[in-house]
Design a protein around this ligand. Structure first.
Ligand SMILES: Nc1ncnc2c1ncn2[C@@H]1O[C@H](COP(=O)(O)OP(=O)(O)OP(=O)(O)O)[C@@H](O)[C@H]1O
Ligand SMILES: [Mg+2]
Length: 241
């Protein structure tokens, strides 16, 4: 589904040049939920931005389905943003004055869908995230967890195969964070239309609910389990994950 090959990215120039990604290789299968961890400043958001078509890399490539990109500027990957990847942010990015259904429908209209059809698709997506009874609430009338579910509905409404989530639970309490993880899992493991999710989190507990964890370290990704990521590998036996 998503394959990232030898991706490099630096910021700045001369002696101030900062090599953030130094040849990142990773892939995500359809239906897989992958947690991306790594220290602050290690390049997690940079990697997501490149995959999401918001930033050009210096080298390497990305293939997503049939589409190949990575080195082109944001204006050349409009189709990637419209059709292939959905975004979930820490602070939801909802419009305050629009109801849940209008927040979701507007995103679809912006990508060219006629209003009536957009509204229908928005309703289906909101049902799917468990907000069928809150469609006509504005964000202020919803809890943080519910607002994030509106954002998730917005991201899945266009049937995009990949969701990128940058610290999606960063503004949520523990219970709501776990609910979001459970919803992500449901969406990935859906029997009819499984999607793939790449999610940044600093919370090892939430990361451990993903199918797989990747650690971004010194500009490269490595497979990780929760214990080695946190320096916990020790004498405790390791037959279980
Ligand atoms: N547009 C930019 N111009 C210059 N430097 C940048 C730019 N974007 C990111 N950086 C630098 O690249 C490095 C990686 O940043 P990035 O935001 O990807 O890290 P992160 O892993 O997401 O960190 P955090 O966990 O704090 O969100 C940081 O040192 C950051 O200062
Ligand atoms: Mg970040």
């Amino acid at each position: 589904m998503l394959e990232v090959t030898n991706l490099t990215k630096a910021f700045g120039s001369g002696s101030n040049k900062l090599h953030v990604l130094k040849g990142v290789d990773m892939n995500i299968k359809q239906g897989e939920m992958v947690a991306l961890m790594g220290p602050s400043g290690s390049g997690k958001s940079t990697l997501l931005n490149i995959i999401g078509g918001l930033l050009a890399a210096d080298g390497g490539s990305i293939s997503l389905g049939q589409r190949k990109y990575g080195l082109k500027g944001p204006s050349n990957v409009v189709d990637v943003r419209r059709e292939l990847v959905g975004w979930i942010f820490q602070d939801f990015h909802l419009l305050d004055n629009l109801t849940a259904v209008d927040n979701v429908a507007m995103a679809l209209e912006l990508s060219g869908m006629p209003s009536a059809q957009a509204e229908e698709a928005a309703e289906v997506a909101l049902e799917k995230v468990g907000l069928g009874d809150r469609m006509h609430f504005i964000p202020d009338q919803l809890s943080g967890g519910q607002q994030q579910r509106v954002a998730i509905a917005r991201a899945i409404a266009g049937n995009r195969p990949v969701l990128l989530a940058d610290e999606p639970t960063g503004n949520l309490d523990i219970a709501s964070g776990k609910e979001v993880m459970a919803l992500f899992k449901e969406l990935c493991h859906d029997e009819i239309n499984p999607i793939s999710i790449l999610m940044v989190t600093h919370d090892p507990d939430l990361a451990s609910s993903a199918d797989r964890m990747l650690l971004l370290n010194d500009g490269q990704t490595e497979a990780s389990d929760i214990r080695s990521a946190w320096g916990l590998d020790d004498d405790n036996g390791s037959e279980e994950e």
